[in-house]
Design a protein around this ligand. Structure first.
Ligand SMILES: [Zn+2]
Length: 158
């Protein structure tokens, strides 16, 4: 059996915070604000898996008000959700994600992001796609105020 899931995440960008995407620290004037490490790519992929499992979203499993998730490594949260998927008898077939960020350019970091996600998901890097786009100077992404990620995953049982 196959299950498909979609994930979406946005974080405000602010000075004095690190910018972490897919577990990669990206050198940037502004980082992502948030309770955990604010890794929007890891969050969107995690939400997509939870969606495929019909298990709610990240906020249900790792609430903002719970201090144990403050500055949490979001790849560890993803690993916990992978454990849940395994309990339900599902594995990830592939992931496709689009990161929308005005600057800096993400292309030099994309392979490391794919490798981190693939390691956490237990699949080959050839099954994890990460694409980078800008906001073309428009909207909150385009003004450099936000990072937004969309992700889709396919799960298979057995
Ligand atoms: Zn998030």
């Amino acid at each position: 059996m196959y299950r498909i899931g979609i994930g979406h995440d946005t974080h405000r960008l602010t000075e004095g915070r690190p910018l972490i995407l897919g577990g990669v620290l990206v050198e940037s004037e502004r980082g992502a604000d948030g309770h955990s490490d604010a890794d929007a790519l890891a969050h969107a992929v995690t939400d997509a898996i939870l969606g495929a499992l019909c298990e709610g979203d990240l906020g249900v499993h790792f609430p903002d008000h719970d201090t144990q998730w403050k500055n949490a490594d979001s790849l560890q949260l993803l690993a916990r959700v992978m454990w849940l998927a395994g309990e339900r008898g599902f594995r990830v077939v592939n992931v496709d994600a689009t990161v929308m960020l005005e600057r800096p350019k993400l292309r030099p970091h994309v392979l490391a992001m794919r490798e981190n996600l693939a390691d956490t998901l237990g699949i080959s890097v050839g099954c994890v796609s990460v694409k980078a786009k800008t906001g073309e100077g428009l909207d909150a992404v385009g003004r450099g105020e936000a990072v937004t990620v969309q992700a889709i995953v396919l799960l298979a049982s057995g």
